[in-house]
Write a protein that binds this ligand. Structure first.
Ligand SMILES: NC(=O)c1ccc[n+]([C@@H]2O[C@H](COP(=O)([O-])OP(=O)(O)OC[C@H]3O[C@@H](n4cnc5c(N)ncnc54)[C@H](OP(=O)(O)O)[C@@H]3O)[C@@H](O)[C@H]2O)c1
Length: 348
């Protein structure tokens, strides 16, 4: 008899109006089954999900079928599992490039098992450094790549310059803090709690502050020398304050605008004319743009830096698909203390 298993899934149930609503936006589903012995097509693999990442951009994909996503056709369909970057383990293979037991990194559905008919985009993670697998969803995954590509391609950083980084205790921000310090910059960093501020200081930030209890504008004014680079993870009013603080020929790396993801009335930036008067370069980017050209550099360099302790990282583990929605809600309230990783199977 074939071993038929329940294949738990996390489904997109309702388009949120503002913040996600627990148990309403997403629904855990146990009605799907999978025959783990059923024949696979040539080239296909059967995988078991080990862990899935929670990233802020998942909210941008929940705008419903009529919204135009920033990547075409990238929004979720109602009643279908959400998906994101994850790590799966091959349990059966009809593809010579993938062996049983291989750990793969790619975009996967939030479900326990998947049949991947065309696994060519999956990367086999060798993990020669024997790092925790969760790191491959944080600093060694998409968010770390974001920091690495964005900094390398768009910062034009020079030793002695000053950079301001928001959401600096998050995965992207923390990596940028460390890249900037390694290059000899003065780092000004903001985060949303005193604990996060202490963490950012431990990473080497020269000035770190809690933007909820101290005015960003005042902190930047008090520097007395302006900033040369602003790494923007938040957008809104803080972006406006950073534009005012930028020096002539300053650069803004527009990585994210998390303060705007759950609001219906986006903040209107009032001082954009300074882009002219100060000759500011504003560079918006999406990590996917650089993956094809720069991902091998990343995998050659970053895991070693992490293993040597030169890039520090933290993940916050949550267990089971059912924990994913709360983890996502926490991300937008600043209640996450590190990159949330949803662990489905610790044994793999
Ligand atoms: N361009 C790209 O390709 C790309 C790729 C990945 C990520 N990103 C962006 O990079 C940023 C950081 O991502 P991450 O993965 O490292 O996430 P993260 O920083 O680990 O988690 C999100 C953090 O954002 C802060 N936050 C939440 N709501 C906020 C609000 N209303 N105003 C200000 N801050 C708020 C919170 O930190 P505090 O407690 O410090 O407020 C929260 O912990 C996000 O904007 C994300 O969308 C962009």
């Amino acid at each position: 008899m074939s071993p038929v298993a329940v294949n738990k899934r996390l489904l997109f149930n309702e388009v949120p109006d503002g913040y996600l609503e627990l148990g309403v936006t997403l629904k855990l589903d146990s009605t799907s089954q999978i025959d783990l012995d059923a024949p696979l097509e040539e080239g296909a693999i059967l995988v078991k999900t080990k862990a899935l990442a929670i990233d802020p951009y998942l909210r941008n994909r929940m705008q419903g079928p009529s919204a135009k996503g920033y990547i075409p056709n990238f929004s979720y369909s109602l009643g279908e599992p959400i998906s994101n970057f994850g790590i799966v383990v091959v349990i059966r293979s009809e593809n010579p490039a993938f062996q049983v037991g291989d750990h793969l990194y790619d975009h996967f559905k939030f479900q326990e098992y998947s049949i991947i008919k065309d696994p060519t985009t999956c990367r086999v993670l060798k993990n020669e450094e024997k790092l925790p697998w969760s790191a491959y969803l944080g600093t060694l995954g998409m968010p770390g790549q974001t920091a690495y590509f964005g900094w390398k391609l768009y910062s034009y950083a020079k030793s002695g310059e000053t950079v301001f980084i928001t959401t600096a205790a998050g995965t992207v921000g923390a990596a940028v803090v460390q890249l900037a310090k390694a290059q000899g910059l003065k780092v000004i960093a903001s985060a949303g709690s005193d604990e996060k501020v202490d963490y950012v200081k431990s990473l080497g930030a020269d000035v770190a502050f809690n933007y909820k209890t101290k005015s960003t504008r005042e902190v930047l004014d008090e520097l007395g020398h302006g900033i040369d680079i602003y790494w923007d993870n938040v957008g809104g009013e803080i972006l406006e304050a950073a534009i005012d603080a930028l020096n002539i020929f300053g650069r803004i790396i527009m990585c994210g605008a998390i303060s705007q993801y759950n609001t219906k009335t986006p903040y209107g930036i009032k001082n954009l004319f300074h882009a002219v008067t100060k000759r500011i370069t504003i560079h918006g980017f999406v990590v996917a743009d650089a993956i094809a050209t720069h991902k091998e550099d990343f995998y050659a360099e970053f895991p070693k830096l992490v293993a040597e302790g030169k890039i520090q990282h933290k993940e916050q583990l949550h267990y089971g698909l059912g924990s994913a929605e709360q983890a996502l809600i926490d991300t937008f309230k600043g209640d996450n203390i590190a990159k949330p990783v949803i662990v489905l199977d610790e044994s793999l």
